[in-house]
Design a protein around this ligand. Structure first.
Ligand code: SF4
Length: 272
């Protein structure tokens, strides 16, 4: 069953990577809103959508966050992180910068001595936009996705949705055309961040996918040399995936890949 967020705020839940995490969903609570359609997406496949989803307004997000943080303060349960992930890509929200500013305000208001960190988990497609880069720079932790070392694997795994339209955002390029731009945007990203990569193997629509071995893993390492990410987080499948023939890597395999990256001089960590 897909892991779908039915409210703006979820949790706090325990996260493998962030500790106690209060989730914020900037997408619709009725459908996934993403310009990717990853084969492993825990929200399931994109729906046949209208292009006019009802996204929460900045005021609605601020109100929901205010209520949730006030309750947690009463219970003396400060979350470690306020985390933007949800039913899609958070940076697609038309008021993303205002939402981040409101979140920082709410965190300081309710936990002035030790506010929860603000984390954004992003697919990185919008980091070519200066206003998004500026908003992300205000956050404590930014995780940017890169799952593939070649345009072909990128198209297979992340399935950039050519024709996607939302507010002023539209995807005009194919995945193969966009991939070099994504790599260059990551290489040029001017603030601290962690590159997050989900490693797995399997098959989808008759095509074999394996980003953790062979030529694809070598190509990924070459892209890392170009990008020079400040930190790398490798992780494996955790929940049910929409593509059914995907195989989770063992903890030992993930750790071995992280060790390989550390031997190349990267700050890499594996999460199981
Ligand atoms: S980027 Fe995230 S939300 Fe979008 S399809 Fe991929 S896993 Fe799902």
């Amino acid at each position: 069953m897909a892991f779908f967020h039915t409210h703006i705020i979820t949790g706090p839940i325990h996260s493998r990577r962030l500790g106690s995490s209060l989730g914020v969903n900037l997408s619709s609570t009725k459908e996934k809103v993403c310009n990717y359609n990853c084969v492993y997406c825990e929200c399931g496949w994109n729906t046949e959508w209208t292009g006019h989803p009802t996204l929460p307004t900045c005021a609605e997000v601020e109100g929901a966050l205010d209520t949730a943080l006030a309750q947690l303060r009463e219970l003396n349960k400060r979350p470690d992180s306020i985390t933007f992930s949800g039913n899609g890509e958070p940076t697609l929200h038309p008021d993303f910068p205002a939402v981040i500013a409101a979140t920082l305000r709410a965190a300081r208001k309710h936990f002035p001595d030790n506010p929860p960190i603000v984390t954004v988990i992003s697919n990185a497609t919008q980091i070519g936009r200066p206003e998004i880069v500026d908003a992300l720079a205000l956050c404590n932790k930014v995780l940017l996705k890169l799952d593939a070392g070649t345009p072909h694997a990128y198209a297979l795994i992340n399935r950039l949705q050519k024709g996607f339209q939302l507010d002023k955002i539209s995807v005009e390029q194919s995945a193969e055309e966009f991939y070099p731009q994504l790599v260059e945007n990551l290489a040029a990203y001017p603030h601290p961040y962690t590159l997050q990569t989900l490693l797995f193997r399997g098959e989808y629509e008759g095509e074999r996918i394996d980003n953790a071995a062979g030529s694809e893993w070598e190509a990924y390492k070459n892209q890392l040399k170009r990008i020079q990410p400040p930190a790398i987080m490798l992780y494996g499948l955790d929940r049910e995936t929409p593509a059914k023939q995907l195989i989770k890597l063992s903890a030992e395999e993930l750790e071995a890949r992280a060790e390989e990256l550390r031997a190349l001089g990267f700050n890499a960590t594996a999460f199981f």
